[in-house]
Design a protein. Structure first.
Lengths: 319, 319
């Protein structure tokens, strides 16, 4: 059986892998994110050494350009990360390795991994929200990865901000107190003076749960996911998820009357951590390579590809 | 050429039609919404007189049950409208007329109409938000009508509510100051003491534009639509849409850096009224009948059906 290549490009490190999934990883390497040319060089060397691969999937930090028709397809666009704005990642790797490249956000790659092997198996409409230094989002609607005008930006939704309870103004340079501005790991650090791992004050996690629950209400009303997966470093705080579930239930107030939300303990199955943990992104990138490995099936849903009803497909990068 | 049947079931009237679209309407009838049995009886009589039809599409006020596997598929569920909670509409009409019935929300039907003949032609990811007595939402992601766990409920998203600027507490019996609680026609009437048509105070429409723009920010960050169609009675106020566009641009603050949002006047093409006007729902119901007229193609996207690549398809009622 042939293998695929996967890269999760993060702001501090790139995770590279060759294989077919979490149980068939033939080679992996972690590369520190330095300059674009050095980092890409090391990734190329990894695949030259461990390949050949059928195709490479890249799940990238963003914002990114994933429009197939765009001359800057495969680029990281207006990131604030020094040296990385307007960097060609996808086209460069395709050229250097002469291999088909599928390019999406790190969150959509992780969502795809969870769909194939993890907490979102069998679902066609779900959200994956990652709460780390920043807040990102992805998932599927109707079996297709969420993209439209561009990739989702869950972190920049606006939510109620009670300034009496939380006078902190938010850290988003664009929006101030959008979700990321209020609830990201960096917002926690700047509001409370310490990183989340060092904080066990109840008030910290109650406030964090409040903001995340409001975000989940909005996802539930707009994308109507069958499940919501919450990943990222901040979400690892053990006290957080139970509080998010409780507040989400209170905020929905029984309005969305479906058994998946209203049956006893249903909420514990509705809001879940990623089953693949930190590996979701890089193994999801392998899956991204697989489902996008054959052109000309842009309309095929991931389920159709997985069911073998079509030979492969672009997982929606056609807008 | 054969014809389809369409019904838009509203809280005050049902619009019924036989035909193939806005330019091929062979018969129409408006029926007052009285009791379920009387209203359904009159609709059945219309189709018996004007039919036969290939299939009937129903775009219904909600909440509704549209899960094909559910014993209460085709029912209106927990509506507050007296006499209509837990009413079987879809199954009853299927039985009475012995015809295939497709059942979705009024907003998804209108969205489908706009996709086929109106303001959303050629798009695969768009939102349709209707601002009337209540606020509803629908649209498509990846060529599939938006449904997951259930149909979307845009009206119940939470948005920032500045109580100094607007001390009104909101009217939603479930959530108080959710979007519908603050910005629906009924909220306007109760906040200001008059219906929107009678109000031309700038403060009314500035506040309304603020809330709708916040809602559109959230749609843009989550569903990432290629366009947003705003329908409904409140949205007919001429001053409103230009203000919504202006505030949306300000609130996004250039973060979503795509030409569809950032080019001069692009926002005028991004946020638009429905092109089919009040007819979108009933002609959309005809289209709903057509695309769902053949079983067994649940995964087919609407574009595939329109392009003739598959003979028809359930437009996603399979969750």
């Amino acid at each position: 059986m042939n293998a695929y290549g996967g890269i999760e490009t993060g702001g501090s490190k790139w995770e590279c892998a060759v294989g077919n999934g979490p149980d068939d990883l033939r080679a992996t390497e972690t590369i520190a994110t330095t300059t674009p040319s050095e980092t890409i060089e090391r990734a190329v060397a990894f695949f030259e050494r461990e390949g050949p691969v059928e195709a490479i999937g890249i799940g990238s930090f963003g914002p990114i350009d994933q429009k197939l028709a765009s001359p800057t397809w495969g680029h990281i666009t207006n990131t604030p990360k020094p040296g990385w704005a307007r960097t060609d990642v996808g086209q460069e790797i395709r050229r250097r390795l002469s291999v088909q490249v599928a390019f999406d956000t790190d969150v959509n790659a992780a969502a795809l991994g969870e769909h194939r092997w993890g907490a979102a198996q069998g679902l066609d409409t779900f959200c994956y929200i990652t709460v780390g230094t920043g807040i990102g989002g992805g998932g599927m609607a109707g079996g297709m990865l969420l993209h439209g005008l561009l990739h989702p930006e869950f972190g920049h939704m606006r939510i109620p901000h009670d300034r009496e309870r939380d006078p902190f103004g938010g850290i988003c340079p664009y929006h101030g107190d959008c979700l990321e501005g209020l609830a990201s790991g960096e917002a926690i650090r700047r509001r409370w003076g310490h990183a989340g791992q060092q904080l066990d004050d109840d008030a910290v996690w109650e406030l964090e749960a409040e903001y995340l629950a409001l975000a989940l209400v909005n996802l539930a009303c707009m994308v109507v996911p069958q499940r919501i997966v919450i990943g990222g470093g901040v979400a690892k705080q053990p006290a957080l998820l139970p509080q998010v579930r409780r507040r989400l239930t209170e905020l929905l107030a029984g309005y969305l009357r479906v058994p998946e939300l209203t049956e006893p303990d249903a909420i514990d199955r509705y809001v879940v951590p990623p089953r693949l943990g930190d590996q979701a992104g890089v193994v999801g990138a392998l899956e991204l390579a697989r489902v996008a490995g054959h052109a000309g099936h842009e309309r095929a849903s991931v389920d159709e590809i997985e069911a073998g009803r079509v030979p492969g497909g672009q997982t929606r990068a056609r807008s």
